[in-house]
Design a protein around this ligand. Structure first.
Ligand code: SF4
Length: 394
């Protein structure tokens, strides 16, 4: 492995390299000065410097269209059909979840109503809504309907520019659920294969087939969702460069408007970390080749990189990049990565972040991580949120 492969981002350890480029642009620095800063001061490769610069330019253009009084909402649904090998989130498998979901939906409705009151009291406009997790489509069509009806009753969504739902696992997607999503204006959905190779899907604990992915996308096209995102991972245990390239090619045959390329990250609380010796990790050089291929290939598909973040312990010290066709950049992803708008997070595991653009100060309010704790301590979560707009002024 050469030195560049080991440290493509040089001495940078933060998760938001594009934010450095954005700040330099705001200081009035030229493209040459910014690239030089990355290469000389941060010791990144010229390619990573150019990537951060390109993304920062796009993000700044989008930031200019942001509502002054805007706010974003995150709603967490911490349930998944099975647990992925590399997952570090607090998510419950369906058997455990089956008992908890009805109470969870009831509690979440209460939090939605509470936050709705707060927003109208402070006259704030919801600009984006993101329902993630977990896998929100683990909920039944009726449970999703209940939540969306509560959102419509409590939130003024007429200024909402973007409503996204992670329908991440194809085995949770049904026509009934898609109908509910579509009816309530969730125009953007994620259908995530991670890999299109069955052997890998089995190895990483995802109980679905590549065929189910293709079927789910076909179904979503029938319902005419305006944007489908698909996630893939470079460096999944046991995968070669050819496996990854094949996955990406198969995904692009489905023409998603967005493709997000993650680099495998070994998270401490994952099963992968616990049983690391049982899984063949892809060498860093090969993962770097996967990431390089994805950029070149996705550009040829008419997509551009529009957001970027890094995580701890990523193979090859690489990054995650979201690619979009023109006009399909996810505002929510940009707002959260650039930390340019307050995001109110509801549900367990949610972290509300208040952003003061004048002082550049960011404050956090945490919801508890475990669904059982969330049910028991809901009133405490609501109390924590009461001061959110005072915190934002700091
Ligand atoms: S789909 Fe996401 S949240 Fe669910 S188990 Fe897999 S990595 Fe974790």
């Amino acid at each position: 492995m050469n030195e560049e492969t080991k440290r493509p981002w040089g001495i940078l350890t933060g998760i938001r390299p594009a934010k450095i480029a954005t700040n330099l642009l705001l200081e009035g620095k030229s493209k040459e000065e910014i690239l030089l800063h990355f290469i000389k001061e941060c010791e990144t490769t010229p390619e990573k410097a150019a990537l951060a610069y390109e993304i920062a330019c796009r993000e700044l253009a989008i930031e200019k269209q942001m509502e002054k009084n805007g706010i974003s909402i995150y709603i967490g649904i911490p349930f998944c059909p099975t647990r992925c090998l590399y997952c570090s989130f607090v998510t419950c498998g369906t058997r455990q979840a089956a008992k908890l979901i009805p109470d969870y939906v009831t509690a979440l409705k209460k939090e939605i109503a509470y936050v709705g009151d707060l927003l109208s009291k402070h006259n704030r406009r919801i600009e984006t809504v993101y329902m993630g997790g977990g896998t929100p489509t683990t909920l039944s069509a009726e449970q999703l309907e209940t939540l969306f009806c509560q959102m419509e009753a409590s939130f003024d969504l007429k200024f909402c520019k973007e409503f996204t739902v992670e329908a991440g696992r194809p085995d949770t997607i049904t026509p009934e659920k898609l109908e509910v999503l579509k009816k309530h204006g969730a125009e953007r959905i994620s259908i995530n294969p991670q890999s299109m190779k069955q052997e890998t899907l089995n190895r990483i604990g995802r109980a679905h087939t590549p065929e189910q992915i293709r079927e789910a996308v076909k179904m979503a096209r029938i319902f005419d969702f305006s944007c489908i995102n698909m996630d893939v991972i470079a460096g999944l245990p046991g995968e070669s460069l050819t496996d990854f390239c094949d996955t990406l090619k198969e995904v692009e045959e489905l023409s998603p408007e967005n493709t997000t390329v993650h680099t495998m990250s070994i998270k401490r609380s994952s099963r992968l970390h616990e049983y690391l010796k049982d899984y063949p990790l892809t060498p860093a050089q090969e993962v770097a080749e996967m990431v390089d291929f994805s950029q070149e290939f996705l550009r040829k598909q008419g997509k551009h990189p529009y957001y970027l973040y890094r995580q701890k312990n990523q193979l090859g010290n690489l990054e995650n990049v979201g690619y979009a066709k023109e006009g399909f950049d996810s505002l929510y992803n940009i707002y959260i990565m650039e930390e340019i708008q307050t995001i109110l997070a509801l549900g367990c595991g949610g972290v509300t972040k208040t952003v003061n653009r004048d002082t550049n100060r960011i404050e956090r309010i945490f919801n508890v991580k475990e669904p059982q704790d969330y049910l028991l301590r809901l009133d405490e979560m609501l109390e924590r949120k009461a001061s959110v707009f005072e915190l934002e002024k700091k």
